[in-house]
Design a protein around this ligand. Sequence first.
Ligand code: PHE
Length: 457
Amino acid sequence: EVSKKGNHRNSERFSTGIGVLMATLGSAVGLGNIWKFPYLTGSNGGAAFLIVYIICTILVGFPILVAEHMLGRKGRGDAVSTFENVAPKSAWWVIGASGILAAFLIMAFYTEVAGWVFAYVFKSFGSGLLSTDPEVTSSIFASLVSNPVQSLIWQWIVLAVVGAIIMLGVAKGIEGTTKRLLPILALLLIIIGIRSITLPGAGQGLSFLFKPDFSKITAPVILTAMGLAFFKLSIGMGCMLTYGSYYSEDQNIPKNAARVVAADLTVSILAGIAIFPAVFSFGFEPAAGTQLLFITIPSVFASMPLGGVFMVAFFLLTAFAAIGAMISLVEVVVAFLVNRTKLGRKKSTLITVVSMAVVGSLAALSNSTMANVTVFGKTFFDLYDYVSSNILLPVGGLMIAIFATWVWGWPRFKEALSNNGALANEGVLKAVYNILKFVSPVLVAIILLTGLNIVHI
Ligand code: PHE
């Protein structure tokens, strides 16, 4: 609601503790776990990348997640208004503005990949996809992405579905659905994982995922791992700030954040176990890039009984997970427009989704019509992904870490997380605070400067 100036506060709240956990997980778990994590791990050397990613998640991702929930709850606004509420008459709202930009860039490529998932739901009803031959599954994927019309249409379908859900206000319903489906997705990943690790030659895949070869680690690889940690937890761009604004006063924020991080990591590792043994068993290329999920997973299903049925279920559940994440991305922009303009929820959503289609079409066409159009040597698909995950999110997170500690300071930090004195294990809080103050910003800064090749060590 638009109220007196400098005070755009919202009044909505998540109801139950488990609801808070599930809503937050709904944003975190998505294509990041099932598509991005495996493909980046595959292209960046496997286990060593996984270790760097986990370290970044613990030392950078977790404390920033706590800070965002805390500031969001304190400020009770959208990404921009929250900062105006907690730090009036300052320029910190720019973090929120950069988050809105990031939401657009992420949605541009995310909707494209989600479109592939939607397309695969339909394709998996036929038997064409069920092949253990890498040539067959790769060419099916190639024919989908190299077709400009299909790419655009699937992207629009995805945007229409997400837009409709948000407009109808059934986001709660989707949350409810997602929270029931997430456990099923995890179970399905376990089943696929078991099939995958019992394939001949699967051991190679497991050592790829769990036996580190640190010679693969370079500054750009570390930046990619850190970018993934930000992307995975939906931090550095206002999404978790917005969600924090719906948290109730008695929510134990650090505990909830720890659960989110643990559950999210588990889903990613399960996806890795489902994919990598199959990669080696069937002779795929672990560094296949963005297409990894779409060429290996059908082969795992092709080699198990009832594979066709499982495959439909798998892509359907992945689509649901992706929708949950996209709702939170669109919500960053819509919450801002609803708070700050007179447009109302429906019009705000429509404007947001249509602009996302425009920005996104450049990503959708980047494997076909515009495959040769590159900026800094990257297609638009890669550029959007790179700029958001590796620059905007880390810079946003860095600023949040600095703001919450160096600017806001311990007394307010402690007070904001103390839940009216009810909770607060002070030792734990102090540890999170000190990591957020001294460790996270330094790590992010070093990784950014070296990974972007600004400074050489
Ligand atoms: N965390 C989501 C995923 O991994 C993506 C996301 C990023 C969602 C940023 C919201 C904000 O799929």
